[in-house]
Design a protein. Structure first.
Length: 247
């Protein structure tokens, strides 16, 4: 362990094979995606605000993962992620997965404080924008992919979801504009409802066991990356997952 970084055995030197950065990797969809990439021989740099769940994830794939403890909204933390990319020597995939829901219970816009809206946008818009700027050069050098996890709330209007939805709409716009302004493949993906802690926070006291687990979305994301269609907005439900290889 060095500072806030927990490295695998390849973390201090250039590696062979694909490299990804996935923010918010200690839980939910982020954790499921990080684990799947590691299983597929990717080296993944990921982060979380709390050390214990991140260490648990890194220990599950000790030769493939590098964990950096911190908040993606903090500039020094983003710089630490960029340092790890430089050490690895390449970047093939940048996934903006870390997200903030905002104050719960969810409330209508008339009751949302400007400071609360600012906090949501700091995590969901400003942080991924700034991290993309930091990592754009190595991503371009590897002909990589920029992937931002969005929401149907970015294009639909639900009571109580205004601040979060507006932030996701902005994230989509920034992501796809990066794809327009540079020779990079950029995707904004709506994963659909999932059985995650954040989704449970949005539906306090309700049973969300009918929602699919985030692990069911990962094959769709991997299929998107494998097919590499043109940049754009995609719904996970519309992506045909690649069939599993039979050994």
């Amino acid at each position: 362990m060095s500072g806030n970084v927990k490295q695998n055995s390849t973390g201090a030197q250039p590696v062979k094979g694909a490299v990804a950065v996935v923010t918010g990797g200690s839980a939910g969809l982020g954790r499921a995606l990080v684990s799947a990439l590691a299983d597929d021989s990717w080296t993944v740099v990921t982060d979380a605000r709390h050390r214990d769940p991140l260490d648990d994830l890194i220990d599950s794939h000790p030769n493939r993962l590098i964990g950096v403890v911190g908040d993606v909204g903090d500039a020094e933390h983003r710089a630490a992620l960029a340092i790890e990319v430089r050490r690895l020597g390449r970047l093939d995939l940048l996934v903006h997965n870390a997200s903030a829901l905002g104050p719960v219970p969810l409330r209508p816009l008339r009751e949302l404080g400007s400071d609360q809206l600012t906090a949501v946008w700091a995590t969901n818009v400003v942080a991924p924008f700034a991290l993309t700027q930091l990592l754009l050069e190595p991503l371009l050098a590897s002909d990589g992919v920029l992937l931002s996890m969005s929401s149907d709330a970015a294009v639909e209007h639900y009571e109580g979801w205004g601040g979060y939805g507006a932030s996701k709409a902005a994230l989509e716009h920034l992501t796809l504009t990066f794809g327009t302004e540079s020779p990079i493949t950029a995707y904004a993906v709506d994963p659909g409802d999932m059985r995650t802690a954040m989704h449970q926070d949005a539906f306090l006291g309700e049973d969300i066991s009918d929602r699919p687990l985030p692990e069911t979305v990962v094959p769709k994301l991997l299929a998107l990356l494998a097919a590499r269609p043109p940049s754009g907005r995609y719904r996970a439900a519309d992506i045909v997952a690649a069939p599993k290889r039979v050994s």
